[in-house]
Design a protein around this ligand. Structure first.
Ligand code: ADP
Ligand code: MG
Length: 694
């Protein structure tokens, strides 16, 4: 595809377009706003809006929208056309600076977790000029933040931007101690996105997929992923056509989709973009998910982004690759070659280790949902326990620093024990080959890979937690080191002390094993198995003090997020339970009754002519007995459903303790029936139909 460079970003109002089209002084003013977050003067906004509108119209746009990320996790948009009547029956196309910078969507129907009563529905959206506007569906989309008029933030983007400011502030302080005058530090993210593609026809026949995004019934297919023949396998032509189309759509929007491959489970695939600044990576991941769904439709597929669409095979996650860079292009998590850069690296590494240990709960909360509960802790995804993998080489360095003994794995250091002092630390040899796939939070050479997020998640929340927690660790370090007499000595003492305290979070072994669960308990690490276990820790004193100190959330904003998370969990389980009841009552039971009736008739017919029918009797008997079990499970589930408490905290815990086990019972009976009832009589496509289409 020779035209990729022309295609890339062709629907994005990016810097090249701005430079090309905006008057020089306007471009400079906008660039300053983008870099420093300074407010945009109204005069400048008017010119930018007008130029943006002309560009958009040239590219086929008729409408514009403020594109934002409310707390539902998906993106929201309300389209307005550029059209403006001139009073003489004609129209002109208009777009003002005010329309560009501020919008007023009716905020009442977005979740606010009690932050804003419906009668105070007013909210507004404000342009985030650091993320480029783009054209989608003939609409100019302007990335925005979303707040209430009383100032509470109602979206995921604002706190993300605040957390980026927080880590930048603290990292700059630390860098100053190393003699570096850096104006801005940004966190970077590359989000690998997993997804399933299944045939639209199969999807349309399954109410569970339509309403809940996952299969609520289904016996395991005789073949699953055990042959490991799908991972990186050759891509089916139909899927390849989808991927090409997806790449093209994403490239046009300026999303640097880079890697596409088959994943472990049948029908499972992955897309990874080239990393970018965290807020842009977040916008782009939201766009990628939206485009995957849209493009799938054109190819006769449905794209499933649920964390666990099928039982018995892998679910889908999202790997949040994360690092910190300076505006001078230095990656602060890159060990580097000189002792001085290594001392700085070790300090930042120590900050991340401290942050992950002290805020394990927040990281777990950031990936908590009904869907992701099926992955975390199951035997495929990272466990629900947050721990870090640093690799054997780095672990040897840490061991040496903590114990003061020689570092066995380190070159040149056979004689001298390691010390962090700027002049003593030798180059850190790093071998990235032994990457640990079972670790939730792995160091991969020059970045960390957080593997717990679910495939359908907005990655903003994870990065808000991570940025703020690391900002806090850096703040504590800067406070201590700024007041120290001898920097080298103070630095060495700090690193040693912090690594000693937080080393328990490092685990290089098999995260899926039972032994690890026990070991983690001994180390005092949290094991928050489900969403209702995790979310109530959101507003603990320690976490409130973290977010308020760094100006990322107010306590009310945190409470609202906790509430929304629990409410969403309970609602999801409720929808799943009701869908199951519907499918049992209207599809599965009728099929079982009809089929066992046929078998019984056959037995009766044979008896009529004096032939014994042991097979029919046995089969009809087995189906009847299982059907009875299913009916009982159905009634039990119905009863549990009706008993759901009102209060969201209680409801979420009740769903986990009462409704989910009742759903599991019903499913077990139905899945056994699936294997007893003739294929022609089963009311919807089963796993081997869906997962192994040609
Ligand atoms: P994996 O081996 O985990 O599948 P991939 O190569 O598919 O790795 O994805 C790695 C991701 O990490 C890519 O999106 C890549 O752009 C991103 N990445 C690389 N360097 C950085 C960095 N410094 N900061 C953030 N993300 C990064
Ligand atoms: Mg990965």
């Amino acid at each position: 595809m020779s035209r990729v460079p022309e295609l890339f970003g062709s629907l994005s109002f990016n810097e090249a377009v701005m430079r090309d089209r905006l008057p020089k002084d306007i471009f400079r003013a906008l660039k300053k706003t983008m870099e420093e977050g300074s407010p945009l003067a109204p005069g400048v906004a008017n010119v930018v809006a007008s130029v943006m509108k002309d560009w958009a119209i040239e590219h086929g746009a008729t409408h514009f929208t403020h594109w934002f990320q409310p707390m539902t996790g998906v993106t929201a948009e309300k389209h307005d056309s550029f059209l403006s009547p001139t009073g003489d029956g004609a129209v002109i196309m208009e777009f003002s600076g005010k329309e560009l910078t501020k919008g007023e969507p009716d905020a009442s129907s977005f979740p606010s977790g009690g932050l804003r009563a419906t009668f105070e529905a007013r909210g507004y959206t404000a342009w985030d000029p650091t993320s480029y506007a783009f054209i989608k569906d003939k609409t100019l989309c302007i990335p925005t933040a979303f707040c209430s008029y009383t100032g509470e933030i109602l979206d995921k983007k604002t706190p993300l931007l605040r957390s980026m400011d927080a880590i930048s502030r603290q990292a700059c302080r630390v860098l100053k101690l190393f003699g570096k005058d850096v104006r801005r530090v940004t966190t970077t993210v590359g989000a690998e996105q997993e997804y399933f593609l299944i045939d639209k026809e199969d999807y349309a026949k399954r109410l569970d997929l339509i309403l809940s995004g996952r299969t609520l019934f289904g016996a395991s297919s005789p073949k699953g992923q055990e042959l490991e023949d799908h991972y990186f396998g050759s891509i089916r032509p139909r899927v390849k056509a989808f991927m090409d189309d997806l790449d093209e759509e994403l490239w046009k929007l300026g999303v640097a989709a880079k890697t596409e491959h088959n994943e472990v489970a049948p029908c499972q695939h992955e897309m990874a973009p080239v990393f970018s600044t965290t807020n842009i990576a977040t916008d782009h991941n939201q766009l990628a998910m939206e485009m995957m769904k849209k493009v799938a439709g054109r190819h006769g597929f449905v794209c499933l982004l649920h964390e666990k669409p099928f039982e018995g095979i892998n679910g889908s996650g999202k790997h949040n690759n994360w690092s910190i860079s300076t505006d001078t292009g230095e990656n602060l998590l890159d060990p580097g070659k000189t002792p001085i850069s290594n001392a700085q690296f070790l300090l930042f590494l120590t900050a991340v280790i401290k942050a992950v240990d002290e805020y394990q709960d927040l990281l777990r909360i950031s990936v908590a949902s009904a869907g992701n509960d099926h992955r975390l802790g199951a035997n495929e995804a990272p466990p629900a326990i947050v721990s870090m993998y640093v690799g054997d080489d780095l672990d040897a360095v840490i061991e040496s620093l903590v114990s003061g003994k020689d570092c066995e794995g380190c070159e040149d250091s056979a004689k001298t024990p390691l010390s962090v002092g700027a002049s003593v630390l030798p180059p850190i040899p790093l071998d990235n080959s032994d990457r640990n796939r079972t670790s939730p939070f792995a160091f991969t050479g020059n970045k960390f890979e957080f593997r717990m997020p679910g495939s359908s998640f907005n990655i903003a929340c994870t990065n808000i937690m991570l940025n703020t927690a690391v900002a806090e660790a850096l703040r504590v370090f800067a406070d201590e080191l700024e007041g120290a007499g001898d920097f080298d000595t103070a630095l060495a003492a700090l690193v040693r002390r912090e690594l000693r305290t937080h080393r328990r979070i490092i685990f290089n072994g098999n995260g899926y094993s039972k032994e690890w669960e026990e070991e983690a308990a001994r180390r005092g690490l949290l094991n928050l198995r489900s969403t209702p276990d995790a979310l109530p820790l959101y507003t603990s004193e320690k976490n409130v003090s973290l977010f308020t100190r760094h100006g990322v959330y107010t306590v009310e904003e945190m409470k609202s997020r906790e509430e929304i998370g629990l409410e969403e969990y309970a609602k999801t389980i409720h929808i799943e339970a009701e869908t199951m009841l519907r499918m049992i009552g209207r599809q599965i039971l009728p099929a079982c009754v009809e089929y066992s009736g046929k078998v019984a008739s056959s037995a009766a017919a044979k008896a009529g002519i004096g032939i014994d029918a042991p097979a029919e009797k046995k089969l009809a008997g087995a189906i009847s007995a299982k059907t009875e079990e299913l009916i009982q499970a159905q009634e039990a589930l119905q009863g549990k459903e009706q008993g759901t408490p009102e209060d969201v905290h209680l409801a979420a815990a009740y769903c986990r303790a009462e409704i989910i086990p009742a759903m599991e019972k019903a499913r077990a009976a139905a899945d056994e029936l699936e294997l007893l009832v003739g294929k022609e009589n089963w009311p919807f496509p089963v796993y081997e139909d869906i997962l192994f289409y040609v």
